[in-house]
Design a protein around this ligand. Structure first.
Ligand SMILES: Cc1cc2nc3c(=O)[nH]c(=O)nc-3n(C[C@H](O)[C@H](O)[C@H](O)COP(=O)(O)OP(=O)(O)OC[C@H]3O[C@@H](n4cnc5c(N)ncnc54)[C@H](O)[C@@H]3O)c2cc1C
Length: 472
């Protein structure tokens, strides 16, 4: 049999890798998808985006039921949470989508190869050799004209701690048999605040410790402030500008020593979640045999996701300088494959990457914050509209938050949009399209929005850039 030479081998089957594989199949490339785990889908499908959003949906329904009387629903005063059923529903969703991915690989004629992939060096006469090591340690060689590295990331730990039943990362916390009575969360980024939101809905005593001066530190300052206000109201404890000094295991749980507000404090809890960021998984993928010189583990690419090693591309959480989000990896995969296939494409614009945080209240944002826009030298005009004055927000009983538009004062160019409130993670899509199409605040003002919708708050926010919101 002649040796198979693939057009493309992709190492890692997370949202970066599987999206790249599907597009490669669609474009007629002979494609292999290499995955070390037994299942396709990576962090996002198994221990990230999907299971957390499933739990957040349960939490949302549970919270709505707390207002059942007000909604005119009676007879559920003795509501009871069946945690095992909640977990089972989450697992069913993950399994369904894992099967969906297997189907999509077959449909697009992508060959799935199980095992650990490593680069072995530069291409020889245009052909790369990827080492594929199976669970038993046996090594086979995969020949391919191009390689995409999509090996993703894992939770960063502090103080060399190892995760167990009390000290948790995103993996262990998604697999708890019981809801903890108390939980300390280190880190108030998206992962930290989402878990805080889930477990607070289920009555856990939650305390967040954040090193930086505010919750969700990458968001616009006003968004952080509003989240802090609502979290306080929900009974979520937090300390910002807090330095964690020690984490100890105790008989019943953990004890955390930290300094905040100028004084050293100690709290005890049943469990602790470490959510201080994610480390790229690039230590053992053969980079040393290539021209790629990682920067703190991250890989530098050009706009087409090409690395310093010809024919080797990198996408997703391992890429230097782009946010570690599923939709970023997926689009980077499409950009790389389009390039490999020699088709016309478009590099991603880092200013047009939406962020979505699914805590309650939700956060959706894109582009520059007000502070960043000013730092960049823009004269800005701000349009801001509170959900309090939006009729659909009254109907769904969620009045917290606002939409804030940061526009360039001179030409009205939309520089950033920041939403906190109901369906913020859905509403942000309009802002991304507007920015991608280089719309101005004035273009939004003349765009008809259906009534009554939460999206109308975007229209009001755009009008507010000119001091002329209709509903407030
Ligand atoms: C709790 C949590 C919630 C999140 N929620 C969201 C969200 O709501 N929205 C969002 O956009 N992002 C979210 N993220 C981030 C998102 O999960 C990641 O950005 C995304 O999974 C990155 O995709 P990736 O393809 O780069 O890598 P990964 O999803 O990490 O996948 C990498 C894959 O490569 C495999 N692999 C690694 N090394 C090798 C090797 N040498 N050989 C073979 N296979 C290998 C791994 O087993 C894995 O399957 C969340 C993350 C966490 C932790």
């Amino acid at each position: 049999m002649p040796e198979t030479i693939y057009d493309l081998a992709i190492i890692g089957s997370g949202p970066g890798g599987y999206t790249a594989a599907i597009r490669a199949g669609q474009l007629g490339l002979k494609t292999a998808l290499i995955e070390k785990d037994n299942v396709l889908g990576g962090t996002c499908l198994h221990v990230g985006c999907i299971p957390t959003k499933a739990l957040l949906f349960n939490a949302e329904i549970w919270d709505h039921l707390k207002d059942a009387k007000e909604l005119g629903i009676e007879g559920i005063d003795a509501r009871k949470l069946n945690w095992a059923a909640v977990q089972e529903r989450k697992t069913k969703i993950v399994v369904k989508h894992t099967k969906g991915l297997e189907f999509l690989m077959r449909k697009n004629k992508v060959e799935t190869l199980r095992g650990y992939g490593r680069l072995t060096g530069p291409a020889v006469q245009g052909v790369h050799t990827v080492e594929l090591q199976d669970a038993a340690g046996r090594v086979t060689l995969v020949k391919t004209k191009n390689v995409i590295l999509a090996t993703g990331s894992e939770a960063r730990m502090i103080f060399g701690l190892t995760p167990d039943a009390k000290i948790l990362t995103n993996i262990e916390i998604l697999d708890l048999n019981e809801i903890p009575k108390s939980l300390v969360i280190v880190g108030a980024g998206a992962v930290g605040v989402e878990f805080a939101s889930i477990f607070r809905s289920f009555d856990t005593e939650v305390t967040i410790l954040e090193m930086l001066p505010r919750l969700v530190p990458v968001e616009d300052e006003e968004v952080s402030k509003e989240l802090a206000r609502v979290f306080r109201k929900r009974g979520i404890n937090f300390h910002t500008s807090a330095t964690v000094e020690k984490v100890e295991r105790t008989g019943s749980g953990i004890a955390v020593t930290f300094t905040a507000d100028g004084k050293q404090q100690k709290i005890e809890a049943e469990k602790i979640l470490i959510a201080v960021g994610r480390k790229p998984r690039t230590e053992d993928v053969g980079l040393g045999k290539t021209k790629i010189k990682p920067d703190r583990g991250f890989i530098k690419t050009d706009g087409w996701m090409q690395t310093a090693e010809p024919g080797v591309y990198a996408i997703g959480d391992i890429v230097l300088g782009t946010p570690q989000l599923a939709h970023v990896g997926a689009m980077q995969g499409i950009v790389a494959v389009t390039r490999i296939a020699g088709k016309p494409g478009k590099p991603i614009n880092p200013e047009h990457i939406p962020g979505a945080t699914y805590c309650h209240p939700e956060i959706g944002s894109v582009g520059l914050t007000e502070a960043k826009a000013k730092e960049a030298g823009y004269q800005v005009k701000i349009g801001k509209f509170p959900f309090m004055a939006n009729s659909r927000a009254s109907i769904v009983g969620q009045h917290e938050g606002f939409i804030k538009i940061v526009a360039d004062a001179e030409h009205g160019q939309i520089l950033g949009v920041h939403i906190i409130g109901p369906q913020a993670t859905e509403l942000i899509a309009e802002a991304v399209v507007a920015m991608e199409l280089e719309a101005t605040a004035e273009d939004l003002v003349w765009t008809i929005h259906a009534h009554p919708t939460l999206a109308e708050a975007m229209l009001d926010a755009a009008n507010s850039v000119f001091g002329m919101a209709i509903n407030a």
